[in-house]
Design a protein around this ligand. Structure first.
Ligand code: 0X9
Ligand code: CA
Ligand code: CA
Ligand code: ZN
Length: 318
């Protein structure tokens, strides 16, 4: 389990207990289900939050994914906060009520449960990043858009950025892929916006990651301007640094490139607290959880606000 100083973090059983509690307390707003199993057979849970949660309504859908990287435990707390805030403040916060009533919000609070449990199993952090299939695959290099194209991943099994033997070789990326594909209804992808949560560096990142070019086939100048305008607005609310993800470094097979390249979902990566290694790196103390998750409330609200038509942020209509 988590070492001392970290007991405020939720291990997988504790996370699931909290999600179950949320659903029990707000059955009209929250619904929990499994999108399938991890490599080691753990459930990959998704929680949906909306009014009339049992009905697939014609509302823009928004996705949040957490924990692709095992050691980035603060991101699990971020998804948990989003689920808890959108339900527990629904009755008291008119803005939250407006978002929950007019959007369908999906959270996959732990995309890599095998990895995160392995990271804490000995009682001392193992600094584990990948899933637990063989020597481990970096899930954020395993997505099938420009997979392995551009030197932004590794073909060596032992590497921290091992892309896997083939695109979607990891059951975890397969299951999230299938879920997102299942949200194409009547030929139209229902999910319009997405944040994939990571740590650390305090960054807001957007596609493409495979190329440093600002525009590319499937990403025109208006779309690039839309990504950067909303990215900068969100960064203004939390003090993170906004940039195209490839300005940090090239990645290929990443989740944002697939979400945008294949589904035209406005997909961001947030790299949370701390800014640097000296703030605790991947393992900041549990005392920062409340502050550093709350810090992103306004950015989350902005994404929900624009989810009906993200290009509205640059004055365009949909
Ligand atoms: O390398 C990653 O997958 C992400 N950083 S992390 O330290 N959490 O591993 C960043 C992904 C964003 N994409 C690019 N930088 N191209
Ligand atoms: Ca609804
Ligand atoms: Ca719907
Ligand atoms: Zn990460």
């Amino acid at each position: 389990d988590f070492p001392s100083g970290y007991a405020g973090y939720h291990n997988l059983a504790e996370l699931n207990a909290e999600l179950n509690k949320t659903v029990a307390n707000f059955p009209a707003l929250a619904k929990l289900s499994s999108i399938g199993k991890s490599h080691e057979g753990r459930d990959l849970n998704v929680i949906k939050i909306s009014d009339n949660v049992g009905t697939d309504e014609n509302e823009p859908e928004v996705l949040f994914t957490c924990g692709q990287h095992a050691r980035e435990h603060l991101t699990i707390e971020m998804c948990l906060r989003i689920a808890q805030r959108l339900t527990s403040t629904y009755a008291s916060d008119p803005a939250v009520k407006r978002y929950v009533d007019s959007r369908e919000i999906w959270l996959v609070p732990n995309v890599n449960p095998d990895g995160s449990e392995y990271d804490i199993a000995s009682g001392q952090f193992r600094s584990w990043r990948k899933n637990r299939q063989g020597a481990g695959t970096d899930l954020n290099r395993n997505w099938d858009f420009k997979w392995g194209c551009c030197g932004g991943s590794s073909g060596s099994t032992g590497s921290e950025t091992y892309r896997g033997p083939s695109p979607f070789s990891a059951p975890e990326t397969q299951r999230v892929r299938d879920f997102v594909n299942s949200r194409v209804v009547g030929g139209k992808q229902q999910i319009t916006a997405h944040i994939d949560w990571h740590t650390y560096s305090e960054l807001v990142l957007w596609p493409f990651g495979y190329t440093t070019a600002d525009t590319a086939p499937g990403l025109d100048a208006d779309q690039a301007r839309t990504f950067s305008t909303l990215g900068r607005q969100m960064a203004q609310t939390n003090g993170y640094t906004p940039q195209q993800s490839s300005d940090l470094y090239i990645t290929d097979g990443g989740i944002n490139d697939w979400m945008w390249g294949v589904h035209k979902i406005w997909s961001y990566t947030f790299e949370m607290y701390p800014k640097d290694f000296w703030g605790g790196g991947f393992y900041p103390r549990d005392s920062v959880i409340q502050r550093e998750t709350t810090r992103n409330d306004k950015a989350v609200d902005l994404l929900l606000e624009y989810a009906d038509c993200v290009p509205r942020v640059i004055g365009k209509t949909c």
